[in-house]
Design a binder for this molecule. Structure first.
Ligand SMILES: C[S@@+](CC[C@H](N)C(=O)[O-])C[C@H]1O[C@@H](n2cnc3c(N)ncnc32)[C@H](O)[C@@H]1O
Length: 277
């Protein structure tokens, strides 16, 4: 397997993957409302061939498979650990029109003209070379094929990121918080430029606000954040808090977001659609 983005491959095959598997496979998935918006925008029809980019544990892959049947869906992801989960869950659900491949979408060998639709839920922000990666996705689509994905808007607009990170950095303003690769496509001008350079047309970026769900209560949400890449990086710093102190700070900060059905924190996303000419 050929992977150019080795840092991300390491992260998504280690603690970050374990954490994301837990978050995305809870009864109340992290991205429930947003997933519906994404799939509606993708307009998947029966018999479509669908590519799910950075499919993780395959939640969107399984939903796309139901919409595309008797067509097929291929989920591609860097993470063997998440793909194991994806295979097992799809098999247990009796979904037989999905396949999963481990690879770096930037360089993964995809069939030219092989797909009618490409989708991604938060799986396109981590490419080493985004233009090359989106060009590979464009190559895999048939002429007239469609791309639909969601990715985060600016860090400062994403309360679900600002709240826990501010708790761990008392006294810092939002702009002084550590950033994350997950905001790499937050600038709509850059995002549009990347897709243009990759050969896409009809590029539309629409802001969508949808809450993110982080478990049944503040304790569970704190544990989820403690396993996430940005928080792990804070804990690894020489001047960082201990895991115990960090957990206390996170629980206090997340408590105000407890609702009857669990912890809900506002999220600000781009819904992006484009076409292969
Ligand atoms: C935030 S998770 C989203 C997972 C899934 N789409 C979901 O909504 O639960 C990002 C995913 O993108 C994958 N990923 C990151 N860079 C990738 C790349 N270059 N090629 C393939 N997958 C990648 C990671 O392994 C991870 O599973």
């Amino acid at each position: 397997m050929y992977i150019v983005n080795t840092d991300q491959a390491e992260a998504w095959n280690g603690p970050e993957a374990v954490n994301w598997a837990g978050l995305s496979e809870r009864d109340d998935p992290v991205n429930g409302a947003l997933t519906e918006i994404l799939l509606t925008a993708a307009g998947i029809r029966p018999e479509d061939r669908v590519l799910d980019v950075g499919c993780g544990t395959g939640g969107t892959t399984r939903l796309a498979a139901r919409l595309a049947a008797p067509g097929r869906v291929l989920g591609v992801d860097l993470s063997a650990l998440l793909l194991d989960h994806a295979w097992n869950t799809a098999t247990a659900a009796g979904i037989d029109n999905v396949e999963f491949e481990q690879g770096d979408v930037q360089v993964h060998s995809l069939p030219g003209n092989g797909f009618d639709v490409a989708i991604s839920q938060f799986g396109v922000m981590f490419f080493a070379d985004p233009v090359a990666a989106f060009a590979n996705i464009r190559y895999a689509l048939r002429p007239g094929g469609r791309l639909a994905f969601v990715c985060p808007r600016d860090m400062a607009e994403n309360t679900w990121y600002v709240v826990p990170m501010s708790a761990l950095h008392p006294g810092r303003t939002v702009t002084e918080l550590p950033g994350s690769a997950m905001f790499s496509l937050a600038d709509p001008a850059w995002l549009t430029e990347v897709l243009k350079r990759a050969g896409f047309t009809d590029i539309r970026t629409r802001p969508v606000d949808a809450p993110m769900a982080f478990g049944p209560d503040a304790g569970a949400a704190a544990d989820g954040f403690l396993g996430s890449g940005p928080v792990l990086a804070v804990l690894q710093r020489a001047d960082g808090p201990t895991a115990e102190v960090a957990r206390q700070l996170l629980v206090e900060a997340l408590r105000p977001y407890e609702e009857p059905d669990g912890v809900r924190i506002p999220g600000a996303h781009w819904l992006v659609t484009a076409a292969r000419p």
